[in-house]
Write a protein that binds this ligand. Structure first.
Ligand SMILES: Nc1ncnc2c1ncn2[C@@H]1O[C@H](COP(=O)(O)OP(=O)(O)O)[C@@H](O)[C@H]1O
Ligand SMILES: [Mg+2]
Length: 336
């Protein structure tokens, strides 16, 4: 069976910027592909090409077997798109926005009303249904934009960072909506900066950076590729960091990372708690005092650091959640 979404060697430049530098993808029907990458990687550009909003300089793409460049109108009738920036009419209420989409797609007025109500409830917008969208918070607009993309249940969906800026409750609710869509057979291409999200929703993940797909696999495969679990140690005395690193190096299954200013050493290992106990004994034998030590699974940061040499920075414009769940050392996005 032909993939529901297929792209071959897409190239797109904006002046000097090679936004897409030969992107190839395929998404089998009924599956979810997570396009994972930091700001500026080329995720939105990929989505815009596949949804006919942007012409590539070269390359080709098909959606539901239809050529995106040759038959854009046909493709548009087969897809749903929810954008990173809400395509919502500010002067209509939430309910009117959704009904209007249904009517644009030739639903009967009665069906459009019923669908609007169902989606308002799904997205926790029922209480705000009759307020104009311009009174909505950023997160509410995001939810309304997503709901609008779901009005007509298209067979192929594109979602560009659907949960960036949503609070944890709404993020979970959206994940459930997406899972139920996929259960009903929708094919989905979703972009995200959250490995956790790709982990939960995507059958397959393509990691993009600088306009290229640099890795492809399931979440587990990607994590395994960068060496599985790691030990993280915070050394008490700055002058003992180097010695601690020397003590840890024999256990390393990959390159250790040292953050001098926080005195933190991260070492990929295999062997779990047993190795952790050995390391604690070893540090103790050398009288190296530690502030913290633990075992953890690789994070999105680790995957990126390892694959690209730089960390991700989740963007978050008009979010509901601030950076509450952006744990640890991840830099906060400044553009967008
Ligand atoms: N319309 C545009 N004009 C100029 N540069 C653009 C335009 N759209 C995207 N770019 C550039 O292309 C690169 C990829 O952008 P984008 O696809 O939006 O990345 P992402 O969605 O992964 O953050 C970035 O360097 C961005 O600045
Ligand atoms: Mg983007």
């Amino acid at each position: 069976m032909a993939p529901a979404i297929q792209a071959e060697n897409l190239v797109k430049t904006f002046g000097d910027v090679r936004a897409l530098d030969g992107v190839s993808l395929d998404v089998p029907e009924g599956t979810v592909l997570g396009l994972l990458g930091p700001n500026g990687a080329g995720k939105t550009t990929t989505v815009r090409v596949l949804t006919t909003l942007l012409q590539p300089d070269s390359g080709s793409a098909q959606v539901a077997g239809v050529d995106v460049l040759k038959h854009p109108n046909k493709v548009r009738s087969l897809i749903g798109l929810s954008g990173q920036f809400a395509a919502v009419d500010e002067y209509l209420t939430g309910r009117e926005n959704l009904q209007m989409v249904g009517e644009l797609y030739q639903m009967s007025s009665r069906d459009a009303k019923a669908r609007a109500l169902e989606l308002l409830e799904w997205f926790n917008l029922a209480d705000a249904a009759d307020r104009t969208a311009k009174t909505y918070s950023g997160g509410m607009r995001r939810r309304l934009d997503l709901a609008a993309a779901l009005v007509v249940r298209p067979p192929v969906m594109f979602m560009d960072e659907p949960t960036t800026g949503l609070d944890p409750r709404n993020r979970l609710a959206l994940w459930e909506v997406i899972e139920s869509l996929v259960e009903q057979g929708t094919t989905l291409l979703l972009t995200t900066q959250y490995l956790e999200e790709a982990d939960r929703l995507a059958h397959d993940i393509a990691v993009v950076d600088h306009g290229k797909v640099i890795a492809r696999g399931t979440a587990d495969e990607l994590k395994a590729q960068i060496g599985g679990e790691r030990i993280e140690v915070v050394v008490h005395r700055p002058d003992l960091v180097a010695e601690a690193l020397a003590a840890l190096t024999p256990y390393a299954k990959g390159d250790p990372a040292v953050e001098k200013n926080t005195r933190r050493i991260t070492v990929p290992i295999s062997g779990g708690a047993k190795v952790l106990a050995d390391v604690i004994r070893e540090l103790d034998a050398r009288s190296i005092e530690i502030d913290d030590i633990g075992l953890r699974r690789p994070t999105l940061d680790d995957v990126f650091l390892s694959l690209t040499g730089h960390a991700t920075a989740a963007e978050d414009e008009n979010g509901e959640d601030g950076s509450a769940e952006r744990k640890g050392r991840r830099a906060k996005g400044k553009d967008a």
